[in-house]
Design a protein around this ligand. Structure first.
Ligand SMILES: [Zn+2]
Ligand SMILES: [Zn+2]
Length: 241
């Protein structure tokens, strides 16, 4: 794990043919109340658990997994992680929690062709990615996790139930796949995506002061230029209609 700041740790994804999402471990170690933000691609759970153990963290301190959204590259290895940490709760935005519990995998796979490919490549049966959700988030919550306050921001557009986690004191944003480094944004052509919602979500994020951007893929940015998200939104504006 790489320490970003006290209470925020980074485990980079290991992309294969399909990308593997980064995950973040959030919470002050002394709190014994840690959260994983996202899980990753199928088969990519054990190295993440190893990375946590190598840093001397007791798995008992991990109390929950909070999903930025439920795409395959973020939730694919959740069951591997749950085998190691069976007590961890699963927190997902309401709009993706319900399909996830009912085995409606349209959001997980995003498109039919990808579903077929994944099921064939990984031997997944239909409904294999069905999970019980312990807490359904709505956006607007202010959560005390691990001795740190994080605001949950509903930012649909890349997927219906995408959320961002924002920590004001250190101006940290974990936006899932909504906005990345290098003025990139998440794709908006998958099941449940909506370009005009994505634009609104980017504008919502642009209202926050962000110094540290911790996205689901690619580079993380520790000294984000002022106005970065607004500039990104403006660059994409004409596509987001
Ligand atoms: Zn995604
Ligand atoms: Zn992703």
């Amino acid at each position: 794990m790489t320490k970003i700041t006290e209470g925020v740790y980074f485990i980079p994804g290991q992309d294969e043919l399909i990308p593997d999402s980064h995950i973040y471990v959030v919470g002050k170690p002394s709190s014994q109340d840690l959260s994983l933000i996202d899980a990753g691609l199928i088969g990519k759970g054990s190295y993440k658990i190893q990375s946590i153990l190598q840093d001397g963290i007791d798995l008992a301190a991990i109390k929950r997994v909070i999903m930025t959204h439920t795409h395959f590259d973020h939730i694919g290895c959740l069951s591997e992680i749950q085998k190691q940490i069976p007590w961890a709760e699963l927190w997902v935005h309401d709009l993706e929690a319900e399909p996830l519990e009912q085995g409606d995998e349209r959001t997980v796979y995003g498109m039919k062709m990808f579903q077929g490919m994944c099921q064939m490549q990984y031997g997944l049966r239909p409904g294999a990615l069905t999970f019980k959700v312990n807490r359904k988030l709505r956006g607007g919550e202010s959560l005390d996790i691990g001795g740190m306050v994080w605001e949950i921001i509903h930012i649909p557009g890349h997927s219906m139930g995408s959320i961002g986690l924002y920590h004001l004191p250190k101006r940290i944003l974990i936006p899932g796949d909504v906005v990345y480094a290098d003025y990139a944004i998440g794709r908006f052509d998958l099941h449940g995506a909506d370009p005009s919602e994505l634009k609104k979500s980017l504008m919502r994020l642009a209202e926050r002061d962000v110094d540290i951007l911790l996205p689901g893929h690619n580079r993380i940015v520790e000294k984000l230029p002022t106005g970065y998200i607004l500039k990104t939104a403006r660059q994409w504006e004409s596509y987001l209609v």
